[in-house]
Write a protein of this length. Structure first.
Length: 261
């Protein structure tokens, strides 16, 4: 399993680099356009030149072959590809030599669960795969977690594949869903090849027509505070601000809290 996860992560690294290269133009990085290009974006040799590394070595990296870039090389690639802070961090994580075992769904410690349940504000806890693991009554009144089958109680499954979620978010659904996919991609790439993550991707592809295009774009976004506007069937229009925190008991657990605006 370890070798499978490592090889899959290297494959995601290559796809991520290609996706960033394809989005850049010579003009954007100060290079002449030159002759007509068969494909959009920069050529591999142009990225290698901008980063100050060997072309053959960069090709190996894009092909997902086993290489161990230094911190200086990673930083140089990030500058050459004009990566955002979140993308730069993702590149570092993808190239880190980290062994991973098969994914096991997290368990919320009793004290953490009780704390969430006692909060007056809507709050819930998710795991690495974005499974919803615990919530309080205020969150249940808005999102109806207790009415969802355990196998479906996943933030991505709920928002991307359930018609009720499209109605809940209305015209903002597309932006909300696409942002969630970009945030989740950062975690998925580190667990690529794991059966639990493969199963989740299959569900999202089957249940959301837009998902395949978003996934192919390989956009990466960091998790940050934000706002959501929803049309609740019983509570009417709700404007909410949300923040998230990692649990010290288990950094894989993320606590999300909503505040009315």
């Amino acid at each position: 399993m370890t070798d499978l996860l490592t090889n899959s992560r290297q494959g995601e690294l290559g796809d991520f680099l290609r996706s960033r290269r394809d989005k850049l133009t010579p003009k954007a990085v100060g290079l002449p356009d030159g002759r007509r290009r068969r494909t959009p974006g920069l050529r591999r040799e142009e990225v290698a030149e901008l980063a100050g590394i060997g072309v053959d070595w960069y090709i190996r990296l894009e092909q997902g072959r086993s290489v161990s870039p230094s911190t200086a090389t990673i930083d140089a690639l990030a500058r050459a590809l004009r990566l955002s802070r979140a993308e730069h961090r993702h590149l570092k994580e993808l190239t880190a030599n980290t062994d991973r075992r098969a994914f096991v769904r997290e368990t919320v410690p009793p004290a953490v669960r009780r704390t969430v349940e006692r909060l007056n504000l809507p709050a819930y806890i998710t795991g690495r795969r974005w499974d919803v693991l615990a919530w309080n009554e205020a969150a249940d009144e808005i999102f109806g977690f207790s009415q969802i089958a355990d196998a479906d109680r996943n933030s991505l499954v709920t928002v991307l594949t359930k018609p009720a979620s499209r109605r809940l978010f209305g015209t903002s659904w597309n932006d909300v869903a696409r942002r969630m996919v970009a945030q989740f991609r950062a975690t998925h790439d580190l667990w690529a090849g794991d059966p639990a993550f493969r199963d989740l991707l299959a569900r999202l592809r089957d249940g959301c027509p837009e998902f395949a295009g978003w996934w192919e774009a390989h956009d990466i976004s960091g998790v940050a505070a934000g706002h959501k506007s929803i049309s609740h069937p019983k509570k009417g229009r709700l404007k909410l601000e949300y923040v998230s925190f990692q649990a010290n008991d288990d950094p894989a657990l993320k606590l999300v809290i909503y505040t009315p605006v």
